[in-house]
Design a protein around this ligand. Sequence first.
Ligand SMILES: [Mg+2]
Length: 278
Amino acid sequence: MNLILKEKKCFVFDMDGTIYLGDELIKGSYELFQYFNHHNIDYFFLTNNSSNSVKDYINKLNEMGIESGESNIITSSTSTISYLKRNFDICQQVFFIIGTPSMEEEFRKASINFITKKDEHTKIDAVVVGFDTTLTYKKLADASYYLNMNKTLIATNCDYICPLPEGEVTPDCGSIVSLLERTIECSVTYCGKPDIAILEPIFKQGFQREEMIIVGDRLYTDIALGFENEIDTALVLTGEATPQTIVESEVAPTIVLKSVESLYLTLKNKNKNREIFR
Ligand SMILES: [Mg+2]
């Protein structure tokens, strides 16, 4: 594929494992976003991590020196709320939610009716699960109670793990869903990447698929989103994917980069493609 990075008008970035690990910015990220701002190139942040709200991400990125606002951050909570609005009558229907206080706040702001504790008098239309870093056994037991009656489980994202610095990992939404699925057989709908609906806010701003490139560290979410929808992708090797997993994967990135620093150097013409593998 003949990919010319300089012709792209819209760069869509995953965050965890792509531009930072935990609270540490990955080398080259700061310079890359300075470059975009200087050249008026549009960029978006697209994360499957539903443990934080859009406001949390704005604060985190701004503290790291990366400019961002409500118009260029999309989380899997955002796409889950859109899914609920498309498929349920949110004025009438009620959900049971497993999520962090930040995720609950996003759902509250969107006028979604939900409970977070078992209430035998409340009828539930679906259980919604996010990447809950405040998860307790009580929440899992209460969710199982509702899933036993209504077999509908909606998950913000399918990721099994969230990468941390020094190669550490922590369980993500997909692992919580696996536990619930082993407890109660139910049908699961995943709302985050690679579901194309998560890109809706970007399409609404007028960008076409060929103008975009998705940059991420995970094959089955970031790269699958582009691969399945004819959007170019750049896989970075600073998070989950390794050269071995690329070989084994059914989805193929358009290009593979050592890190976002390679992208920055290429855009600045300082990288003679030594770190780009197509
Ligand atoms: Mg990632």
